[in-house]
Design a protein around this ligand. Structure first.
Ligand SMILES: [Zn+2]
Length: 552
């Protein structure tokens, strides 16, 4: 079905300046003969787009757009392929992930034996006594069907303290030498908001650390990287992301070092995507003192808001729930901060005019954060604060109506059903119908986004689409079918809604004249393929600001 704008609507859509032949609005580039899904309700389909100075100049039919070309305009025949707006990953940890890919041991491996080999190899190149650190370990994806133990790590590296972070980032696994470095023994009690895993028979420490129990180890890790390493990490991750069609990302826990890394990468021409930063809470005082407010920066790197953390993680099963985990009747998950502390932090940020994004996964945690946001709006009402609920995984009808009433923004994990399906049984089928609740959010008119939380979840937008549309994991199991959405809805969630979450709805998120020229050329039309094959759609090219940043 064709729905290109009429000739008259098209002419109206091209700026008057372009039609006058104003030099600043001559198209640099025209893409034509394409199947363009604009995600703009005013004209959902188009065949061609003209680009000038990094922005869309005009969108319409091939004939109309080619008609405004000038002698210097480059024209590219897209050959009928599909073009969509660039994808926006509304919650991720790009700089952190980039530096870890550069410097730590990648434990995204499918057996404990393979992980031991990787650790052994790194230990051989590391002076005895120095830390060996790994990341991306996933307890449900190794063939042995059990978790890493202290003994596994002792065997692999007896002469090095070892710290292996779970893919979710909220739990870690250590060896005997690591315990000795922290002076934590079998008799040490669990810290507030944390837990040391112990052998149920003997009570001895077994290697696992949950939530705040990782703190005393993290303090000892050599996590200082040079400024140049930070820049290289950003370069690496931005290359990894743009090749999957991501053109904008929100760093959901940026440190001042990350922010510097993004700026350095940008200056060196190494930052191929756009970054919006939710700064770590510890940076707030200094930023307020320096007069920094939310929104400082530009269309490439922007300081956006402040990040707070309320509870645990979904992939590591520590999120704070009102009903216990399946098979663990006394385990409700973990709250990592008190309500009073969260209120005090949120109030300080709110008073200073910052957007607030709080990590809240379980329904108990979401309830607490909504109570805090509601209180802030009562005590110090601010127009359009766009409070964010990072992840906002387990909901119910009453939480949804409070989210809607506040105009708050949930950023649920978009690839978890597909990628982390085997972990979902600890939540149960019934609860899954209220998890990653994109259908319910859309039905309530809530601006729900797509988000990977990478490293915890894969960031490929095509995996996000398949996960949200099919609610089926990679083994074929259906999880929470009530939350299924259409491919068209998922596309809007991954583009326009992501733009809204960072106050960018007038700058990006759709292929509309005047917006930033961020787009992706796909090998197939995601609205026409079997939804079970969305993940296989090839990403052919990615454009950011009118420049190709990836070409297959
Ligand atoms: Zn996160």
């Amino acid at each position: 079905m064709k729905s290109y704008p009429s000739r008259r609507a098209f002419i109206a859509g091209v700026s008057a300046a372009a039609l006058r032949g104003d030099t600043h609005t001559e198209p640099d580039l025209i893409l034509y003969n394409a199947n363009i899904l604009t995600v703009d309700a005013a004209g959902p389909r188009a065949q061609a787009v003209a680009i000038a100075d990094g922005r869309f100049l005009a969108v319409g039919s091939t004939d109309d757009i080619r008609g405004i070309s000038k002698p210097g305009t480059r024209q590219i025949d897209i050959g009928g392929k599909t073009i969509v707006p660039g994808f926006i990953d509304a919650h991720s940890h790009p700089s952190y992930a980039g530096i870890l890919h550069l410097r730590w041991v990648n434990c995204n491996l499918r057996s404990i034996a393979a992980i031991q080999n990787a650790i052994r190899e790194r230990a051989a190149k590391t002076p005895p006594g120095d830390w060996v650190i790994g990341f991306m370990y996933d307890d449900t994806k190794t063939s042995e069907g059990r978790k890493l133990t202290r003994e596994d790590l002792d065997t692999a590296a007896p002469d090095h303290p070892v710290f292996i972070e779970h893919r979710g980032g909220h739990t870690a696994y250590v060896n005997s030498l690591a315990y000795r470095r922290t002076e934590i023994t079998d008799r040490t009690p669990d810290p507030p908001g944390g837990k040391f895993d112990r052998d149920p028979a003997t009570g001895k420490l077994s290697g696992g650390l949950r939530e705040n129990a990782t703190d005393s180890f993290r303090k000892l890790l050599p996590t200082r990287f040079t400024r140049d390493e930070m820049r290289q990490g950003v370069k690496l991750i931005s290359q990894m992301m743009v090749r999957t069609g991501v053109t904008s990302v929100t760093d959901a826990q940026a440190s001042p070092e990350d922010l510097l890394g993004y700026q350095d990468a940008r200056e060196a021409g190494d930052l191929s995507l756009r970054v919006y930063c939710l700064m770590q809470f510890r940076a707030l005082d200094k930023m307020i003192a320096a007069g920094v407010r939310a929104g400082l920066g530009d269309e490439r790197v922007r300081v956006g808001g402040i990040k707070l953390v309320c509870d645990g993680s979904i992939s590591e099963r520590t999120a704070r729930l009102t009903e216990p985990y399946i098979g663990r009747p006394n385990d409700y998950g973990i709250l990592v901060s008190s309500e009073e502390a969260l209120y005090a932090g949120a109030r300080k940020a709110h008073e200073a005019g910052w957007q607030i994004g709080t990590h809240a996964n379980g329904d108990a945690a979401i309830d607490i954060m909504l109570r805090i946001y509601e209180r802030l709006q009562r005590e110090m009402p601010r127009r359009d604060p766009r409070y964010r609920l990072e992840h906002c995984t387990v909901v119910n009808p009453s939480l949804i109506s409070r989210i809607r009433a506040l105009g708050a923004i949930p950023t649920p994990f978009s690839t978890y059903v597909y990628y982390h399906g085997e972990k979902m049984k600890e939540y149960g089928q019934e609860r899954l119908n209220w998890m990653f609740a994109v259908r319910s959010f859309l039905d309530a008119g809530i601006h729900v986004t797509q988000a990977s939380d990478y490293p915890p979840g894969p960031f490929e937008p095509m995996m996000a689409l398949q996960s949200e549309v099919t609610r089926t994991d990679s083994h074929g199991t259906l999880w929470g079918p009530r939350q299924r959405v259409t491919a068209e809805e998922a596309l809007r969630v991954g583009t326009m809604n992501g733009a809204y979450a960072s106050f960018d709805e007038n700058r990006k998120g759709s292929i509309t004249a005047g917006k930033l020229a961020d787009l992706v050329v796909l090998g197939r039309d995601p609205l026409r393929v079997d939804p079970m094959t969305l993940i296989e759609i090839p990403i052919e090219r990615t454009m950011v600001g009118g420049r190709w940043v990836y070409e297959s």
